[in-house]
Design a binder for this molecule. Structure first.
Ligand code: IVH
Length: 667
């Protein structure tokens, strides 16, 4: 085959493959077998290998590009990617309709109602009919360049077929949602679980995480998908006059648009359609979190305009939190590290929004009372933002009784007490084995003394063998003690002893955290370490002194004070000191210039750095990171697809900066 023939055949093959790609990934209607498809790709790859000069960037063999990228470059959107106002009930929808009627009283209009895909809003830029840039929404003005990853998504055309004359020689943008189908979500989470990784909380986070990969071959394996929902021409090309017509055009151009979207002549029809999908959402292969209602006519959209943040011609109708009805098979109360006894409901497994739920939190005695819940009852469970779902209410009582917390500790049989004004019921036996176990686990955990190889199983064995009665005992262990333990070889015993010894030199903040003082988390431990550079000083601190520290409230102050008035705790601390654990440190003169001193930051949305790293960067420069936006916040760093904190910041007029601006600020 000579060059000319090869060129011709490559063109044919590219066309064929793109056609079948579309049939498979966009239309979900393949017309040839996977094998036949693979053969076409194979032939193309071979030809391209023989004639490298004929490879085009939009060849279907080039979806997964070469090297991983180094960083996400910022991309400025031609026009802002607005977000939508949310509504939660039919009243709000009527109001929305009323508002439109007031602004354009003379106009007759239809609505175009779309499914609101729960994914990551993105914008694709095409030049001369070829995909040039893909970017996330970011802060609406600037997003991250994710071209390398978007190219791996099969439903995103690399080049447009049937391109309308008016678009063929200009730049235009297709906006839509990159999302993860439920099947892919489950597959990824299963893989993560078997690899010992934390599963993603929901498909949206998993999609975000997949797009944040620097290496496109990782993204390619995730099975992402894309629905187009807006065509944005650049310049003044003649365009379809309506959203519904734009969608048809996008479909003709080879994009995947949602087939369920529908035109409605009035708001009553819109409401019915919303109801219909609220009931049917679980039948879909992907998650939707509501509906988007748009005025169909694009000229009317222009007349309605937008308020800074969101268009007046569209609104989102959010579905209520996801709930399901199921039966309580059991209620089990378990003791935690601080002795608090927490009841958990074990449920007949039920699917809620594509996720199987079999446990729900019941929190404490008050909650049991409020719910009037017992084993056997039929309940409504809700999956919200929390890690573990909760019981909303009992819908059918199978017994008269209410489950009560036991009066004895389920672990040690000790007495349980509930202090006045406290929600938690606690086991007050200081040598309760479960508390001991959890205390040692906490001490050894990654955020505390970080002792590798000292997991729950080994700790359990150490306690059972009577070798460890508190975490200070760890430092007395030698290889000879460990070798007889189940599945402990000589080498691992030696390593463990070494890791334990190495933990003596951890920064003071880690020790403060590791002590396991109630309410003292990692962040508070850092604050304490900045103020008290020796444990002895901290021990002596009076409640008032602690309370005077910024970010330490009265409850934590009292808890810290009480902890060090407990004889038993002081004994453990003496043992730690005797073992040579570092309990004081030089006050560090900061090497990093304190350029952010006094500034408060809030992060929202996905950024390319790990969140913890970004936070450390702020802290090491003297700044503060908080989790919610208030008037006191100086900067909100908005990454890809920011959450409600972004809206809050706008509302309060807090300065919003992009990841790039943030990095500049760090210097
Ligand atoms: S239209 C100005 N249509 O919902 C129009 N958005 O705040 C902006 N979304 O960020 C968006 N499905 O991520 C539109 N069919 C749909 C959508 C949709 C999901 C997301 C999008 C946007 C958010 C609205």
């Amino acid at each position: 085959m000579d060059l000319r023939e090869a060129e011709k055949r490559i063109k044919e093959l590219v066309g064929e493959i793109e056609y079948h790609n579309r049939k498979y990934y966009v239309e979900d209607n393949p017309v040839i077998s996977d094998y036949e498809f693979d053969m076409l790709v194979k032939e193309l790859s071979e030809l391209e290998a023989r004639f490298p000069e004929l490879v085009t960037p939009d060849s279907p063999t080039r979806r997964v590009g070469g090297e991983p990228i180094k960083e996400f470059k910022p991309v400025r959107h031609v026009s802002p990617m607005l977000s939508l106002d949310n509504t939660y009930n039919k009243n709000d929808l009527s109001e929305f309709d009323g508002r439109i009627k007031r602004i354009i009283p003379d106009a007759r209009y239809d609505y175009f109602v779309e499914l609101k895909i729960d994914g990551i809003a993105s914008s694709l830029t095409y030049e001369g009919g070829r995909l040039a840039i893909a970017a996330t929404r970011g802060d609406g003005l600037t997003g991250d360049d994710i071209t390398h990853n978007a190219r791996t998504i099969r439903s995103i055309p690399l080049s447009i077929r049937n391109i309308p004359e008016s678009l063929s020689n200009t730049r235009f943008h297709v906006r839509g949602e990159i999302f993860l189908p439920l099947k892919s979500f489950e597959k990824i989470n299963n893989e993560r679980l078997s690899g010992g990784l934390e599963p993603f909380a929901n498909p949206r986070n998993a999609a975000g995480g997949s797009l944040k990969q620097l290496d496109p071959s990782v993204t390619a394996r995730r099975g992402l998908d894309f629905f187009a929902y807006q065509l944005v021409p650049e310049g003044d090309q003649t365009m379809p006059g309506s959203q519904s017509r734009s969608m048809e055009l996008l479909e003709e151009m080879g994009f995947k648009v949602n087939r369920h979207n529908r035109k409605c002549p009035d708001i009553g029809c819109v409401m019915d359609f919303c109801n219909e999908w609220e009931a049917k959402r679980s039948e879909l292969a992907y998650e939707i979190d509501g509906m988007v209602i748009k005025v169909d006519d694009l000229r009317l959209q222009g007349r309605l305009g937008s308020t800074g943040k969101s268009p007046r011609w569209a609104i989102s109708y959010k579905f209520p939190a996801k709930q399901a009805t199921t039966k309580v098979n059991d209620i089990i109360a378990s003791v935690g590290r601080t002795g608090a006894v927490t009841p958990v409901a074990f449920l007949e497994p039920v699917r809620i929004g594509g996720v199987t739920v079999s446990r729900a939190a019941l929190y404490n005695a008050d909650e049991l009372e409020r719910l009037c819940i017992n084993v056997g009852d039929v309940v409504i469970v809700e999956r919200g933002g929390e890690v573990i779902p909760k019981v909303v209410k009992v819908v059918e009582k199978k017994t008269d009784g209410v489950f009560r917390l036991p009066d004895k500790c389920p672990s040690c049989g000790g007495r349980l007490v509930r202090d006045e004004g406290e929600a938690a019921t606690r086991c007050i036996n200081t040598s309760c084995p479960v508390q001991l176990q959890k205390n040692v686990e906490h001490y050894a955990s990654r955020g505390a003394m970080d002792i590798e190889g000292l997991g729950p199983k080994v700790i359990d064995l150490l306690i059972q063998a009577g070798l460890v009665g508190d975490y200070a005992d760890l430092y007395g262990l030698n290889t000879g003690d460990l070798v007889p333990l189940e599945r402990m070889g000589k080498k691992s015993a030696e390593n463990l002893v070494e890791n334990i010894q190495n933990s003596k030199d951890r920064p003071l903040s880690r020790l403060y955290y590791g002590l396991g003082i109630r309410h003292v988390g990692g962040r508070s431990a850092e604050i304490l370490a900045a103020r008290f550079n020796s444990l002895d000083e901290l021990i002596k601190a009076e409640t008032a002194e602690l309370e005077a520290i910024n970010e330490i409230g009265p409850v934590m102050a009292k808890s810290i004070h009480d902890f060090f008035r407990e004889e038993k705790n002081l004994n453990v601390i003496s043992k730690l000191k005797a073992a040579g654990v570092k309990t004081s440190e030089e006050r560090k003169t900061p090497e990093t210039p304190q350029s952010l001193a006094g500034k408060t930051f809030v992060f929202t949305g996905a950024i390319s750095l790990p969140r913890a790293e970004a936070e450390d960067m702020v802290k090491s420069r003297g700044g503060k990171v908080t989790s919610s936006v208030s008037k006191k916040t100086d900067y909100v760093v908005a990454g890809a697809d920011p959450g409600s904190k972004y809206d809050k910041a706008r509302e309060l007029g807090v300065e919003i900066i992009s990841e790039t601006q943030f990095k500049k600020m760090l210097g």
